[in-house]
Ligand binder design. Structure first.
Ligand code: PMT
Length: 401
């Protein structure tokens, strides 16, 4: 649900039995990456506690228009400007009538009047109230002003009636909100991403590898696919499922990864090397398991692997090439030098000496370096970071290739 990442959603809740579903909607919006602020009418607070919504949204709940404390924090006009979208769910017949009449007699109606953000209502009421002539006139008036209605659905009602008037389920509302935001940043683009470690065999049962979990590369593949790209993920051995709509090629060694990269990089628009590729491999791979000898030490001679990303960057019809630089010291200088040496369009500097980020963690913090810019992205989940990276990468791509 990439379209909701960092979107600022103002969720209004009015007094109806369906208000309890808005708690689940808040949780789902947060999970999809949205920043959620909840505004409740006094009647809504009779059905569900503001504390529940505060805990789920991670923000204070706004209750009253004339609240000096709230105004000292985020005032109602600021709140109206803050919103990328306002959804009122549930929207009662009374609330819809007041919005249709242009009233501003509580905080939520005032925000609807004061905001330029798209306004969406999820009606919830008894079927007879929904069918009432005045309600239907209000619906027409609201729609004529560009206000969108999500639902209502038909079915069994809390009052025992059956008919139209049920609020849409949270999943359907989440999708309807996401549909309000265009997210086609990488439509028509073909992206190849490497992820995870490589394994360099010593004998049939032993290998040289590293701690890469593949999470960063897989998060990038997911974010790129969500942004509309055709994604090929070349993955070393990891314990992760392939993200939806991503074609995955599993490999073991650096040589396998190079072969897959050369096979797929032709005609791709972007190549991202998030894999932790072994720089060296054993010169000889024993066909049988090596036996423990009497000697106290043994030597394995290593030879250099090909540099996959540098090979791709040197192709005549090279894609926009992005590498990662995993460094433990003097991170930015080494990353800048690596970008130039490997002739990359962009490098993502990753300080892997900091606990909790980098290898095998759920979070990361990076600096994105091009020939003209250096942008530092603060610590966040790899999934969130991947979405931000896609947003930074997209403007660098030509519209046609
Ligand atoms: O997989 P995770 O647990 O989520 O961890 C993520 C990560 C730390 C592995 C990832 O964010 C990262 O930094 N990946 C690059 C790791 C690395 O090998 O960095 P490097 O500085 O050694 O290599 C620089 C670039 O050259 C990388 O894009 C790498 O993929 C590429 N490379 C390196 C060697 C080689 N033989 N071929 C390559 O293409």
């Amino acid at each position: 649900m990439l379209r909701l990442t960092n979107r600022q959603i103002l969720l209004g809740i009015t007094g109806g039995i369906a208000a309890y579903k808005s708690a689940e909607l808040t949780r789902m919006l947060k999970k999809a990456g949205a920043d959620v602020r909840v505004v409740m009418t006094p009647a809504a607070a009779e059905f569900i506690t503001p504390l529940t919504l505060q805990a789920l949204s991670g923000n204070p709940v706004h209750l009253q228009l004339l609240d000096p404390e709230a105004e000292a924090g985020m005032g109602h006009i600021e709140l109206a400007r803050w919103a990328d979208l306002i959804l009122v769910a549930p929207a009662t017949a009374d609330f819809m009538a007041r919005v249709a009449a242009g009233m501003g007699n509580d905080l939520l109606t005032t925000l609807c009047l004061a905001s330029d953000a798209p306004l969406c209502l999820a009606p919830a009421m008894n079927q007879a109230m929904w069918r009432d002539q005045q309600t239907q006139l209000n619906v027409q008036a609201l729609q004529a002003r560009g206000i969108q209605l999500f639902g209502p659905a038909s079915g069994e009602q809390a009052c025992g009636d059956t008919g139209i008037g049920r609020m849409l389920e949270p999943e359907a509302l989440l999708q309807a909100i996401a549909n309000q935001f265009d997210y086609d940043l990488l439509n028509g683009k073909r992206i190849v991403i490497t992820a995870g470690p490589t394994r360099e065999a010593i004998d049939p049962v032993r290998f040289i590898s590293n701690h890469s979990s593949g999470k960063m590369g897989y998060a990038l593949a997911e974010a790129a696919a969500d942004a509309g790209a055709e994604v090929i993920l070349i993955s070393g051995p990891v314990n992760l499922h392939a993200p939806a709509h991503v074609k995955r090629i599993m490999v073991e060694s650096a040589q396998d990864m190079l072969d897959a990269a050369l096979h797929t990089a032709d005609n791709c628009d972007v190549f991202i090397g998030a894999a932790a590729v072994a720089d060296y491999r054993p010169e000889f791979v024993s066909t049988n398991k090596l036996k423990k000898g009497k000697e106290e030490s043994m030597e394995i001679r290593l030879i250099k692997n090909a540099d996959i990303i540098a090979t791709i960057a040197a192709l005549p019809n090279k894609p926009f090439t992005i590498g990662f630089a995993a460094e433990t010291n003097d991170v930015l200088n080494y990353a800048r030098e690596k970008r130039l040496r490997k002739q990359l369009d962009m490098i993502i500097a990753n300080d892997v000496s900091i606990a909790g980020i980098g290898f095998n963690s759920d979070e990361n913090q990076v600096t994105l370096i091009t020939s003209t810019d250096e942008i530092s992205l603060p610590q966040t989940s790899k999934r969130q970071l991947a979405r931000q990276l896609i947003e930074h990468i997209a403007p660098h791509l030509p519209t046609t290739r």
